[in-house]
Design a protein around this ligand. Structure first.
Ligand SMILES: NC(=O)c1ccc[n+]([C@@H]2O[C@H](COP(=O)([O-])OP(=O)(O)OC[C@H]3O[C@@H](n4cnc5c(N)ncnc54)[C@H](OP(=O)(O)O)[C@@H]3O)[C@@H](O)[C@H]2O)c1
Length: 264
């Protein structure tokens, strides 16, 4: 039986991954741990994969910032279902931030806590138990925004750069425990996170197409993958650009919206 625990399952990339994995494993039994804060969306997804693909799910309405609640969710999943083969940290938030606006400090904090500490809280409770089983993989969703700093998105870029480095450390640390670690850095994927962007998004990809490519990358145990491939090439170029040229290229770059958050 396949067991997959995934955060950010209530929307966008996470929900697309759940549907794609349910279809992918339709010949086997697959049980998901679906975690997010939107209980209704998670229940609806659990129902849908059960009726369409005969897949089962346990729903966890938890904020990834709550380390104790994350531990409790992981313990419950491992007791009720067993040790997951794959744990995917997809929960994340994106919001435009500008350091000169003091009211954005709370947003900086939330983005860092959710996108970085949320990932640590997701993996930590599973590691000791996963180390004892044959197939074990941790997958963190980073972003191309973590390759270079994007103006207007300082919090998001910093959080994704931190996620990339954290996952790089983790990958080597997990080797002796026989746990594979994959960093997935999406370019622009059509989800509620990008639906609000009013600028042109190069190589924008549908979430279900992304999910198919994601599954292949995970099965190949890729260490670091950027999807789509066009963004992978662009990222290679982005890394090579010297700071003065980067500043010039980015001088008129569109900024992510600084919207109000009611859940900080
Ligand atoms: N879409 C893109 O183009 C793109 C590109 C690069 C990277 N990414 C990354 O991909 C991941 C998924 O993004 P998406 O595009 O699917 O966005 P989305 O549709 O907005 O989904 C975000 C998910 O994260 C969950 N989440 C947010 N804050 C949370 C919290 N405090 N606790 C628990 N769950 C939380 C949300 O669940 P609830 O609302 O239920 O809490 C939701 O399921 C993120 O890490 C994002 O940074 C996306």
């Amino acid at each position: 039986m396949k067991k997959i625990f995934i955060t950010g399952a209530s929307s966008g990339i996470g929900a697309a991954l759940v549907k794609a994995y349910a279809a992918h494993y339709r010949q086997e039994t697959v049980t998901f741990g679906l975690l997010g804060r939107n209980a209704q969306a998670l229940q609806q997804l659990a129902k849908l994969i059960n009726s369409d693909f005969n897949a089962n799910a346990k729903v966890y309405t938890v904020d990834v910032r709550e380390a104790k609640a994350m531990q409790a969710a992981a313990d419950d999943f491992m007791t009720a279902i067993g040790t997951p083969n794959i744990v995917i940290a997809s929960a994340g938030v994106s919001r435009g931030t500008l350091t000169e606006h003091p009211e954005d400090i709370a947003a900086f904090q939330a983005v860092m806590d959710i996108n970085v500490m949320g990932m640590v809280h997701t993996f930590s409770p599973f590691i000791n138990t996963m180390a004892k089983q044959k197939q074990a993989q941790l997958v963190g969703i980073a972003s191309v925004a973590g390759v270079r700093g994007l103006p207007g998105a300082g919090a998001y870029s910093a959080s994704k750069a931190a996620a990339i480095k954290y996952l790089e450390s983790l990958r080597v640390e997990m080797k002796p425990l026989n746990i594979d670690v994959t960093t997935v850095a999406p370019g622009y994927i059509r989800t509620p996170m990008t639906d609000i962007n009013q600028y042109k998004m190069p190589f924008l990809m549908e979430a279900d197409v992304f999910a198919q490519k994601f599954i292949k990358a995970i099965e190949r145990k890729r260490r670091f993958v950027i999807i789509p491939w066009q963004m992978a090439w662009l990222s290679r170029l982005m890394r090579l650009v010297p700071p003065f040229l980067w500043d010039w290229i980015m001088r008129n770059a569109p900024h992510k919206q600084r919207t109000e958050w009611d859940w900080l």
